[in-house]
Design a binder for this molecule. Structure first.
Ligand SMILES: Cc1cc2nc3c(=O)[nH]c(=O)nc-3n(C[C@H](O)[C@H](O)[C@H](O)COP(=O)(O)OP(=O)(O)OC[C@H]3O[C@@H](n4cnc5c(N)ncnc54)[C@H](O)[C@@H]3O)c2cc1C
Length: 404
């Protein structure tokens, strides 16, 4: 039996030794809940965990699911970004991180095909304005005229093309597969993934209360909401119509048997940029020749919207193929994806704190170009969340408030 004296002695000693142990361990890791396992949320969660945070990632339907904007088969990665140096730098950092993933992991997601820009208007400034940034960042590219392009890629008709650029580092990414792999990596290094939906976000004035579809609530020190096209529903006041979903379709056409002219390495990812912005991805892990029009479609409901492809689009894209890739005029349709862009008013991302809940961060507004940036955006946001940092004004919500 322990005497009263021994008990008192131990009760004095124990807390002191616990305090020493706690000092040795350092401060407890912050607990972060990330809602949304698409390109933005998945990578943010992974960077947070790698930096030592206790991370729970949740998603209503799964990483890279068929409703998510990140849920397509492939996405383009490019570094030509008009006059916006910030995006060129972000894309360059993303390229480094995608390469790092491919080097270290068992699955590879980046296909370096190059990106061929066919400018069809006299004004080629969108590409030209990026070139000084590419040079600074040592991103290789070539410039040529249409005749040189036609000689190098005889499978393309360069009619009406005014100028050609080839960026060497660009290519495509295996989009939905990478989301799934990022979530699995998070779990492998000690994070948690849960398939559950956030149904309510309330603030008691002190701490956010996050309700879940299983009737429980989510508790953490900080929260990151990366819910893509659903952000406006979760935060009707702060985001609301500032993220608008538009219906976007891609079609996979079938190339002739044994013909390697329409896959990498003989064909890079390509873009026709002029009055319209039409782009394509060769190969797509053998799914076919992907073609899409970047023009914004009608409003679309990401949860219940009808994802049956529209025959009008097939007609329009076939007319395009006849003009630009004549050998594919009769190409059969092998498949299609109906997805949505989650557009911000100015096409720039939104990365900011919730104005009334400082522990809640919001990331979204990918606006048709967010996927490639996932690793770099996640790295940036993870740092801000951990360090309680200030949002970059370029991505901050205040830019909309200032404009009214
Ligand atoms: C057809 C098409 C082509 C594109 N092409 C390119 C391209 O070539 N290059 C490029 O860089 N980008 C491209 N984009 C854009 C890019 O795909 C998106 O900007 C990016 O994937 C957005 O990622 P996200 O993580 O913000 O959103 P999402 O991928 O939509 O992820 C949001 C996640 O949140 C989850 N979620 C939502 N609500 C809740 C809730 N209440 N509770 C729990 N989970 C929830 C969803 O299930 C989803 O998984 C394209 C987009 C489309 C549609």
């Amino acid at each position: 039996m322990v005497s009263r004296r021994e008990f008192l002695k131990s009760s004095v000693i124990l807390p002191a030794s616990a305090a020493v142990a706690a000092r040795r361990r350092g401060p407890a890791p912050i607990r972060v809940a990330v809602i949304g396992a698409g390109a933005f949320g998945g990578w943010t969660a992974l960077h947070l965990r790698r930096a030592g945070a206790e991370v729970t990632l949740v998603d209503a339907w799964g990483p890279g699911n068929a409703r998510a904007s990140s849920g397509g088969e492939t996405r383009v990665i490019r570094t030509i970004y008009g006059p916006t140096r910030k995006y060129v730098e972000m894309a360059a950092r993303a390229l480094t991180l995608w390469r790092e993933w491919d080097r270290n992991g068992s699955e590879q997601f980046y296909r370096r095909t190059g990106v061929l820009w066919m400018m069809t208007s006299a004004d080629d400034s969108y590409a030209r304005q990026s070139l000084p940034f590419l040079r600074d960042l040592k991103l290789e590219y070539e410039e040529m005229d249409a005749a040189a392009g036609a000689k190098r890629w005889p499978q393309i008709s360069f009619d009406s093309v005014t100028k050609v650029y080839l960026e060497h580092e660009g290519g495509y990414l295996l989009a939905r597969h990478a989301c799934d792999a990022v979530a699995r990596e998070l779990v492998r290094i000690g994070g948690t993934y849960r398939q559950v939906a956030v149904t309510s976000v309330r603030s008691d004035g002190q701490r956010p209360e996050i309700g879940l579809s299983d009737g429980t609530s989510l508790r953490a020190d900080r929260y990151v909401f990366a819910c893509g096209p659903w952000l406006g529903r979760i935060f009707p006041d702060v985001i609301g119509s500032r993220v608008q979903s538009t219906r976007q379709e891609v079609i996979y056409f079938g190339t002739p048997a044994g013909d390697d002219r329409f896959i990498e390495p003989r064909l890079p990812v390509w873009v026709e940029a002029g009055d319209r912005f039409i782009y394509g991805i060769p190969g797509n892990l053998h799914r076919g020749f992907k073609v899409a029009d970047d023009g914004r479609g009608p409003a679309f409901d990401p949860t219940d919207g009808d994802r049956t492809p529209s025959p009008d689009l097939e007609r329009a894209l076939r007319a395009f193929l006849t003009r630009r890739f004549p050998a594919l005029t009769e190409a059969p349709v092998l498949g299609a994806e109906v997805c949505q862009y989650e557009n911000s008013p100015d096409g720039h991302f939104i990365i900011d704190r919730h104005p009334a809940m400082p522990d809640v961060w919001i990331a979204g507004g990918g606006s048709g170009h967010g996927y490639k940036m996932g690793p770099a955006l996640g790295e940036l946001l993870a740092r801000q969340v951990r360090e309680d940092g200030s949002p970059d004004p370029f991505f901050a919500l205040a830019r909309f408030v200032a404009r009214g």
